[in-house]
Design a protein around this ligand. Structure first.
Ligand code: C5P
Length: 244
């Protein structure tokens, strides 16, 4: 058994994706967890945000959980800049844009964040590189990008850093390269983690939670492994134990 402080320390590295289609389901899920336990950070994505609206953020914050608002903005620079300004008013710790929107879009997002940061100092803005569900084959056939996926993730991460963002969403498989190239202060958030990598579902570039942490990820995003588990609390604990 982990000591309570180590337990919480490991817990702080795991962001549980609240991929539910209503506030009721999300709250019912959170009710299962001990408020003084190791669950510290959750992710609100499109499904929950679009169904429950911005009030879901204050509902979750009342439980003292940190929030990654994962809306992966990708639009013209002006629209993204204004949207980031709006999202930055919410009490969240991380927001993101999609790096494939390009440099001017990310610079717009960065400008909006800079102003918002005066009020919400903890807020960080990161860029999605390639989705963890994207393979080299999808890259070539659907996106007409001929490079290998790992080198293209490194290229996109460089673009994100140049635009002044705080870090990236990438797969665990790229973490050690990105850590070596961009240093300790560049935030690396990795979804696509599975205790059993053979059960990856729609995710293509997966690793175990222990591997992702060992290779240098700051945060892991864990979704269905916990949310659809028969006993989500026990599964969350199992993931913590696998990392310790
Ligand atoms: O259920 P699973 O663990 O695959 O969920 C992963 C979560 O991380 C989902 O909420 C998904 O939207 C998100 N995500 C991802 N790949 C990215 C960025 C975010 O899977 N590159």
């Amino acid at each position: 058994m982990l000591t309570t402080s180590l337990h919480r320390q490991v817990g702080q590295k795991i962001i549980v994706a609240l991929d539910f289609s209503s506030e009721k389901e999300a709250m019912h899920f959170l009710d299962k967890f001990d408020p003084s336990g190791p669950l510290c950070f959750v992710k609100v994505g499109m499904e929950l945000f679009y169904s429950a609206g911005p009030s879901i953020i204050s509902q979750i914050r009342q439980r003292n959980l940190e929030i990654f608002l994962d809306l992966k903005l990708h639009d013209i620079p002006n629209t993204v800049e204004r949207a980031v300004a709006v999202l930055a008013q919410l009490d969240v710790s991380i927001i993101n844009v999609h790096s494939l929107g390009g440099r001017p879009m990310m610079l717009g997002a960065r400008r909006a964040l800079k102003e918002a940061k005066e009020k919400n100092k903890k807020l960080r803005l990161i860029g999605v590189t390639h989705l963890t569900s994207t393979s080299s084959e999808i890259l070539r056939q659907d996106l007409n990008i001929q490079s290998e996926i790992q080198s293209d993730v490194v290229r996109l991460a460089g673009l994100v850093k140049d635009a002044g963002l705080d870090g990236v969403v990438c797969s665990s498989l790229e973490v050690s390269k990105l850590r070596a190239k961009f240093g300790q202060d560049f935030l690396l958030v990795t979804p696509g983690v599975r205790l059993d990598v053979d059960k990856s579902g729609d995710q293509k570039r997966v690793a175990t939670p222990a591997e992702a942490i060992k290779w240098g990820a700051d945060y892991l995003v864990v979704g269905r492994e916990v949310t659809t588990a028969h006993d989500p609390v026990a599964m969350f604990e199992k993931i913590l134990m696998s990392i310790k």
